[in-house]
Write a protein that binds this ligand. Sequence first.
Ligand code: FES
Ligand SMILES: [Fe+2]
Length: 452
Amino acid sequence: MLTQAQNDRITRVGPNQPAGRLLRQYWQPVALVDEMDALAQAGKALKPVKLLGQDLVLFRDEQGQYGLLDRDCPHRGADLAYGRLEGGGVRCLFHGWLFDAQGQCLQTPGEPAGSKLCTRIKQGAYPVQVAGEIIWGYLGELIEDSEGVRKPPPLPFYDCFNAPSTHAFAFKGWWSCNWLQALEVGIDPVHASFLHVYFEDEDPSSSYGRQFRSASSDSAMPMTQVLREFNQPDIRIEKTEWGQRLITLRHISEEQTHVRVTQTLFPQAFLIPMSDEITITQWHVPIDDENTYWFTMFTSYGAPIDKAHFRNMRLKTYPAPDYKPLVGRQNNYGFNVSEQLRDTYTGMGHDINVHDQWACESQGPIQNRQREHLGTTDKGIISYRRMLNQAIDQFEQGQGVALRYRGGAVPETVDGVGASGEWEGTWKRLADRRFEAAPWRATAQSESETEA
Ligand code: FES
Ligand SMILES: [Fe+2]
C-alpha cells in the first residue's frame, strides 16, 4: 500500500514531477518508422506527438532527417503541427517562419529585408535517432563528453536495436491508463495462469505470431496447458545491469520443471519470449499521466519476420493513424458470458492484448495504490518499484542516472522445460542456443566491441 504522495512520485510524468524528470533521462519511443513512411506517402511526413505530457511535432525533412520540436511556434504560439514541410524544415502557417530539425529559425519572411531576427530564434528541439524500426527521442539533460561537447547518452545495447530490418518488426497501441500500471502488468509473471487462460489448446504449429500459443522449448506441451495447469509458480528475482531478471518456475512433476525467464529493462520496458525464435521487447511510453502508448519490438533469432503478417494482424485491432484499440471500455472489451463459461477465462476473446488492456485500464486512469494488497507473487513489482524509487532519489540528489545499460551480458529470455534438479542449467543452455542461432548476432556484437 502506498500513500497518495508515494503513488504520485512514481506515476506522474510532467517535467516537474520526480518520475517525469527521471524518465526524461532515457531515450523514449516517439513513433514507428512505419507511420512516418505512410505519412510521407500521403504527402507530408509530419505529425503532432505527445510525450511525457509535452506537446511536440515530429517530422522528416527533404533530406530524410528527423526533427522533434516543441509544437507551439516561438513567434506567437500558433500550432506547428499544421506547418508546411519545405525549405529544409517546418514552416509555420501563420507568418511563414521556418525551423530546421535542430530548431534553428532559418527565415522570418515577413520581416523587413536584411532582418537578422531569425538568427536569434531557436525553437525547443530534442535529439532523435532511428533504431529497431522506431524513432526515438531524448528529452533529458545532455552529457558533456571529454571534448566538452554536450550530447545525449547512447541507446542501450539491446538485441532489439541491433537486429537487421529483416529480423525486426515494431508496432504500437494506445491504452487509456498510466504508464506504470501498464508496465507492472508486463512484469507480473503470474497473471498468465489466469487472465490469459484458454480452456482448450490448439495446435501450436499454427500459431505464428501469437504469444503463449507455441510449445515450450524441448517439450511437446503447449504453453497454454503449462500456464493453465501450473498456476502457483515459484518466482526468483535477480538484480542485473539493465534492471532485473525474473525466473518463473512451474514444477510440472518430480522430474520436470518449466522455466520462464523474462526481464525488466529499466526504466520502462519488459523483455519476454514469444516463441523459440522470437522475443518481444515492450516499452510503456507515457503520453501524459493517464494515457500510454506501448511500443512492441519483435526480434527474430531465427528466420526473417513475416512483417506483412504481423502488421495486418495488429492493424485489425489497433488501426492507424492513432493506433487506438477498436475493442475497449467503449464496448466492454467484447465481453461475452457464454465464452467465459466455455472457452476463455476472460470471455473477452483470444487476443491476449485485449486481456492485458482490460487489466491495465480497469485499474483506473492512475491505479490507486492506497487500496492495493500485494502478495508474495508480486515480488517482481515490489522490487521494481524499489529500483524506481532509488533511481529517483539518486537523480534528485544529483548523483547521476541509474541503470543506463551499455552492454556486456545480454538480457536472456527463455520458455522451456528441463529436468527439475537442473533448471538453472536448462535455461542458460536454452538462452545460449537462441543467441547462437541468430544469423546476425555475432556481427552486431563485434561491431559494438570495435565501437567501444
Ligand atoms: S506564429 Fe508562427 S510564424 Fe507567427
Ligand atoms: Fe499479459
